[in-house]
Design a protein around this ligand. Structure first.
Ligand code: 5GP
Ligand code: MG
Length: 177
């Protein structure tokens, strides 16, 4: 082991992720059909969004792609509580349909907050999607409309997801202690 590098044990490999993203995009294509915009939550969702939109294209959908940045995590493994918007709120929200995409639903606060933010600006409809769900960690009553994988209470990294800004580059999803 070198420096602060800790061991990552593989949970979902590239093939499993690609297969599940493909299925999810097909589900979304059926349920959300028509005009909509994707709003990815930075930074953790950027790889997922990039893969998802290319499968959505093959399914005949042409969403606009936007991102916004919410904060609450800092550099630890525990959320620091209430999320807040720190950048990139979508404009012209009123009357438009949105699919919010995040990497993980944990307590549920982030996606719930993002959803109410868009709803508060008059969005016609807001669906939510997370690649990974950790239902045992929920602190509020929230369920994402589309979920890729469900996991126990583990801390994951890779495929865009970091620990203190490391590990985002990994092509697979792994668990660190
Ligand atoms: P929530 O607001 O649902 O508690 O948390 C969602 C956010 O917490 C996600 O956007 C993600 O950034 C972060 N998060 C939750 N669980 C994990 C995890 O296992 N690993 C990492 N790296 N981030 C997590
Ligand atoms: Mg996040």
């Amino acid at each position: 082991m070198k420096g602060n590098w800790v061991l990552v044990s593989k949970l979902f490999d590239e093939t499993e992720i690609a297969r599940r993203v493909e299925e999810l995009a097909r589900e979304i294509a059926v349920a959300v059909a028509g005009d909509f915009a994707i709003v990815g939550l930075l930074t953790g969702s950027f790889v997922f969004v990039a893969d998802l939109i290319r499968v959505l294209d093959r399914a005949g959908l042409a969403p606009r792609i936007e991102f916004m940045k919410l904060s609450s995590y800092g550099h630890g493994k525990e959320s620091s509580g209430a999320p807040r918007l720190i950048g990139g709120a979508p404009e012209d929200v009123a009357g438009r349909r949105f699919l919010l995409v995040d990497d993980i639903v944990d307590t549920g606060r982030t996606l719930d907050y993002a959803k109410s933010l868009l709803a508060g600006k008059g969005a016609a409809r807001v669906w939510t999607c997370a690649l990974v769900d950790k239902p045992s960690r929920r602190k509020i009553d929230f369920a994402a409309d589309f979920v890729g994988f469900t996991v126990d209470d583990v801390f994951i990294v890779g495929y865009g997801i970091d620990y203190a800004e490391n590990y985002r580059h990994l092509p697979y999803i792994g668990i660190i202690d």
